[in-house]
Design a protein around this ligand. Structure first.
Ligand SMILES: C[S@@+](CC[C@H](N)C(=O)[O-])C[C@H]1O[C@@H](n2cnc3c(N)ncnc32)[C@H](O)[C@@H]1O
Length: 306
């Protein structure tokens, strides 16, 4: 459940032999580019190749046809169709992963709320006085964002002397055994809106499997997300059982769990579940931490079980 890879990257920096995993393919590409990859970068000629329209190629128009007036302008949609097609022509798997990561970051930074949960391009284009967001960033051309992210990522690629890996499994299917397992499941709030990662970032997950994307779209819904898949981490009735099963799977490792104080399961329930498998459970509360867009008083929790 490595997400953006920030925790895995920190562990890599600390010299650990890290295995990153996430079920979503777009996240996996980030893990592959930044955690497993320890030497490959995108050079200037790679970037020129990616950002140029090649006369010899016929580019698909899937994003242009499907997401008209949804997230990006027509011109931007055409740019996305072109760049993703060029990325898929790269021969080196790590170069491809870096380029994917940069494309995803560019898409995210140009979106109000950084999400793909509504057909709301108008929020960006309307000529109104705004109290949120950054219109300059939203309107900056894709080329500029992409090139900036390439520079940034190239500077982050390093070897720590260990062979690190990136995997793309459902958490219950991860192979191997580990000294320490860091678990950061999607958070299920006691009250309020449940965020399904696959749903919120469906556009990036679609790009990550561009050729299969047409068959995965829910055409009935206005913002054209992927057809929904069941996720146990969003199921109020099953989430306690899922945590139990996960702690059982990793009972031979030190288990570190990140969660929030106003979630399901509760703080006490999580401690009880961990105590089924581990003698010692330490809890750390981050009291002065707040999510940028969150109005709620929710505390970040970290459980260390050994
Ligand atoms: C709270 S986020 C993790 C954030 C991460 N620690 C970071 O620093 O970005 C939860 C992650 O779990 C992933 N995920 C959801 N269901 C999963 C599953 N069944 N197996 C593996 N990963 C899953 C999501 O794709 C998401 O990236």
């Amino acid at each position: 459940m490595g997400g953006t890879g920030s925790v895995a990257y920190k562990a890599k920096k600390e010299g650990k032999k890290v295995t990153y995993n996430d079920k979503l393919k777009f996240n996996f590409f980030t893990g592959f580019a930044l955690i497993e990859n320890d030497s490959v970068i995108l050079n200037e000629s790679d970037v020129s190749f990616l950002l140029e329209k090649h006369d010899t190629l016929r580019y698909p128009t899937f994003v242009q046809d499907t997401f008209n007036e949804t997230y990006f302008t027509d011109e931007e949609n055409a740019w996305i169709d072109m760049v993703i097609s060029n990325i898929n022509l790269l021969g080196n798997k790590y170069k491809k992963a870096i380029a994917m990561h940069c494309l995803f970051q560019a898409c995210i930074i140009k979106r109000p709320y950084n999400l793909f949960h509504r057909k709301n391009l108008y929020l960006r284009l309307n000529d109104v006085k705004r109290s949120f967001g950054n219109k300059v960033t939203w309107d900056k051309p894709f080329n500029e964002h992409f090139s900036k992210f390439v520079k940034e990522v190239n500077n982050c690629i390093f070897s720590n002397g260990e062979k690190c890996n990136a995997l793309n499994y459902d958490v219950f299917d991860i192979p191997g055994s580990y000294d320490l397992v860091y678990i950061d499941t999607p958070y299920l709030p006691e009250k309020g809106e449940i965020i399904d990662y696959r749903d919120a970032y469906h556009f990036l997950e679609g790009l990550a499997g561009y050729e299969c994307w047409p068959g995965m779209v829910d055409a009935e819904r206005k913002h054209k997300p992927l057809i929904r898949e069941y996720c146990v981490w969003n199921d109020v009735k099953k989430i306690n059982i899922a945590f139990d099963k996960l702690f059982d799977k990793f009972k031979d490792s030190i288990i570190v769990v990140s969660y929030r104080s106003d979630g399901i399961p509760s703080e006490e329930q999580l401690v009880q579940l961990l105590k089924k498998y581990k003698k010692n459970v330490r809890e750390v509360k981050a009291t002065d931490f707040k999510y940028v867009l969150s109005k709620k008083e929710s505390k970040e929790l970290l459980f260390i079980a050994y």
